[in-house]
Design a binder for this molecule. Sequence first.
Ligand SMILES: C[S@@+](CC[C@H](N)C(=O)[O-])C[C@H]1O[C@@H](n2cnc3c(N)ncnc32)[C@H](O)[C@@H]1O
Length: 236
Amino acid sequence: MNSLSHADLDKQTVTKAYDRWAPVYDLVFGAVFERGREAAIAAAERVGGRILEVGVGTGISLPHYSRACRLCGIDISEMMLRKAQERVAEQGLTNVEGLWVMDAENLSFPDDSFDVVVAQYVVTTAPNPEATLDEFARVLKPGGEIVLVSRVGAEAGLRRSLEHFFAPAARKLGWRTEFSFDRYANWATRTSGIRLIERRAVPPLGHFSLIRFAKDGTSGAAHALPEDYQTARTTH
Ligand SMILES: C[S@@+](CC[C@H](N)C(=O)[O-])C[C@H]1O[C@@H](n2cnc3c(N)ncnc32)[C@H](O)[C@@H]1O
């Protein structure tokens, strides 16, 4: 286990940090993360059905899903979620089933509840990322997909050194700068019934990836591997 992997962020710090970010979040992180969100929504819509957005934040993604998808959202920050509730009301998003203050690591949904679990820019902010991924797998229906957009730390070079240097400051803001792809790959390898099916870089700066996992089973979509999957796995 990586020395920074075990609860190096605590829930109180993360909640407070995002409560403070809430009034300006869309302004600061709206456009910069837009392309990643588009990629995640497109992947989720290919499966369709009932979708859980974990760390839904201000609900910035919600209006961009097809109205045919039924959406549920959770977030640990009440202030972020209030913004999401306002957005749902203002835009009349009748396909949003509900928004709840909830910890991603302890979801109060039964097993096999969703066709897709989406988490955009969330897993690296969670105190226990692997335990959080376990919860995603639990609430996912067989045949469903986990769709992440996440920061992936550099494996070598100057960027890696900078990420480790800035890690303590970043944690006070509510996220990790350093987070290796191996943690996702290793989680999938040791989690029964879960397969890594895609990793693709998304803007900005090549620091983020779209990462998809499939849960074995018969319902849901066929999980086609992109043609450049092998390359994608080894070149990021
Ligand atoms: C960087 S923001 C991303 C928000 C949104 N997904 C987006 O695309 O902009 C991370 C979000 O994850 C939430 N979060 C962090 N840890 C969480 C946890 N353990 N459970 C639920 N939400 C969490 C934060 O409160 C915050 O709203």
